[in-house]
Design a protein around this ligand. Structure first.
Ligand code: HEC
Length: 144
């Protein structure tokens, strides 16, 4: 009897261990394609940032800040590339990483501008810092 319980315990424990290790592997795999990240996250959030104009209330500034946080989250995902074919390999390239990092840095500049509620700094960050890495990355990778 004692032995049987022990056996069951061992079986349960190893099943738990097994599923935990599967879960861990899965969590590092991209779940979205690059196109889904672009259309679902990057496009709407950058539209919010680029469309910012005459911000007055705290809530309006907060919305821009949230959009910039989402760009950083998307950049975080793009470090893995995407779930599409060849997209992980693409993301391992130095150029990809550098364009992606420039986009993340630009989003941080946007956040800094929202902290000081400086609309001039916001539009400079949007136009001079956030836009160029989109162009560079697309020129090199979009047609692949
Ligand atoms: C690190 C690389 C990289 C950066 C940075 C990047 N993109 Fe992209 N983007 C891509 C790739 C690759 C595609 C092509 C995806 C495909 O067609 O499968 C793409 C496609 C797109 C598309 C077209 C989606 C479609 O339906 O075909 C839009 C819109 C887009 N990106 C917007 C942006 C904007 C805006 C930025 C900058 C804020 C940006 N991207 C920054 C890599 C990047």
């Amino acid at each position: 009897m004692q032995k049987k319980i022990k056996l069951i315990a061992v079986a349960v424990l190893s099943a738990v261990g097994l599923s935990a290790s599967f879960a861990q592997t899965d969590s590092h795999e991209p779940l979205l394609t690059v196109k889904e990240i672009m259309n679902g996250l990057i496009t709407p959030t950058t539209a919010t940032i680029w469309g910012a104009y005459q911000l007055e209330s705290d809530a309006q500034w907060q919305e821009i800040r949230n959009a910039a946080l989402s760009v950083i989250a998307a950049g975080n995902l793009l470090q893995l590339g995407g779930s599409g074919e060849g997209e992980s390999a693409m993301a391992a390239e130095a150029d990809w990483r550098s364009y992606n990092q420039l986009m993340i840095d630009a989003a941080r500049q946007v956040i800094a501008a929202t902290n000081s509620k400086d609309e001039e700094a916001l539009s400079a960050a949007g136009n001079d810092a956030l836009y160029p890495p989109c162009e560079s990355c697309h020129q090199q990778y979009q047609a692949r």
